[in-house]
Design a protein around this ligand. Structure first.
Ligand code: ADP
Length: 386
């Protein structure tokens, strides 16, 4: 199998469109890496450069320590699964899977062995004689994956392969691709705009925005220690709550205050936030870290009124606003049964240990960032650009 390395990769399209800037990523042998970000952030371009379908404007693309920038796609030993499956409509499922091997002049008995093996792995043996139009979306997706498997590539590339499937099938195929990864022990690179797919499938996630990699790390590292407000808001559903606040010291404690709240920060001192350019911060609280306060609790309270309650059975999502016009959508994830109603005022209390702080201007995390940004101590995370 294979290790893939992007070193300072850039893509500038005609008309000076800078689609990818300064991309540095190491994809280890057998790793499942997901590139995720909103539409237009450059993730497909990155994948297509790895596949050899798009010229690399500058930088080095290495596969197993060999520079492959100028190697044509067919010589890179990579197989790609596309969003639209790209099956040949006039060929049977069997022929669709065999086709790539035939043009490589692989002997027929070897082709048959590989196609049957892949069909068995994907449970599509009974459809081998059918044409793609006689298959469901999920079955077509399997054929597209089968066509990649038979090639026995060093690296599998997936470009939004599940986005044409309905929600239920998407969840099912998600686990199947994860199982396939375990079974084939292959290096896989997967592109999606769906953060849930990224979180559930990736060993490692690369978050992109505007052609720039924002952060690289395991799903939980990104969830717990987002490097900036964008990553914090992009990863996680329901999303993280953001409150505008100001830092202030009082009686040796560091407080953060804003509309309807005054929190006492947990175990943080002004020095820790010393490089914060101004006292204006964005306070980030995940919905599961904002709970209904008990009547005896009086410190670090957020006052708001409830605007919507979504009962999901195992938990409820309580939407709230601090403003009378309900323009705000703060969310609390409540796991116990409750008897609150829409319109009621409630007191919420954040789990201060898990609260994150971002610089109000730059959006950069002020504490607790680990990952691609080197961090020898908590304080050095404040100087990530230095
Ligand atoms: P994503 O896959 O994240 O949606 P893309 O990699 O497709 O994003 O595109 C990144 C940026 O590059 C976008 O701004 C897009 O408009 C631009 N782009 C993509 N392909 C081309 C092209 N062939 N010519 C010019 N610009 C392109």
């Amino acid at each position: 199998m294979a290790k893939v390395e992007l070193k300072n990769i850039e893509k500038i399209y005609e008309g000076n469109v800078r689609a990818v800037s300064n991309a540095n990523v190491v994809i280890e042998d057998r790793e499942f890496v997901v590139f995720v970000g909103p539409s237009g952030c450059g993730k497909s371009t990155t994948l297509r450069m790895i596949a050899g379908l798009e010229e690399i404007s500058s930088g080095d693309l290495m596969i197993d320590e060999v520079l492959v920038n100028n190697l044509p796609p067919k010589d890179r030993n990579i197989a790609m699964v596309f969003q639209n499956y790209a099956l040949y409509p006039h060929m049977s499922v069997y022929e669709n899977m065999a086709f790539g091997l035939r043009i490589r002049k692989i002997p027929n008995d070897e082709i048959d062995r590989r196609v049957q093996d892949a069909a068995r792995i994907l449970s599509i043996q009974e459809y081998l004689r059918r044409k793609p139009r006689a298959l469901s979306g999920g079955q077509r997706q399997r054929v597209a994956v089968g066509r990649a498997i038979v090639r026995n590539p060093k690296v599998f590339l997936f470009d939004e392969p599940l986005s044409n499937l309905d929600a239920k099938l998407r969840v099912q195929m998600r686990t199947e691709i994860a199982k396939l990864h375990n079974r084939l022990n292959a290096t896989m690179i997967y592109v999606t705009h769906d953060q849930v797919e990224a979180m559930t499938m990736g060993d490692k996630i690369v978050v992109m925005k505007d052609g720039l990699i924002q952060q690289i790390g395991s799903p939980l590292l990104l969830y717990d220690h987002p490097c900036n407000r964008f990553v914090a808001g992009f990863i996680g559903s329901p999303p993280m709550n953001f409150l505008e606040g100001r830092l202030r010291e009082e009686d040796g404690s560091l407080l953060v205050e804003g509309e309807g709240f005054k929190f006492v920060t947990a175990d943080i001192h002004r020095d820790d936030l010393g490089k914060a350019p101004s006292p204006n911060v964005i306070v980030g609280i995940r919905p599961e870290h904002l709970r209904i306060a008990g009547s005896e609790e009086g410190e670090s309270i957020l006052n708001a009124h409830i605007t919507v309650i979504e009962e999901l059975g195992a938990e409820a999502h309580m939407y709230m606003s601090r403003r009378a016009d309900d323009t705000e959508n703060l969310i609390s994830r409540v796991e116990q049964r409750h008897d609150y109603h829409i319109g009621e005022s409630a007191r919420f209390i954040p789990d201060m240990e898990h609260v994150r702080y971002f610089d109000a201007d730059s959006g950069r995390a002020l504490l607790g960032v680990i990952g691609p940004i080197r961090m020898s101590s908590r304080r050095s995370a404040l100087s990530q650009d230095e």
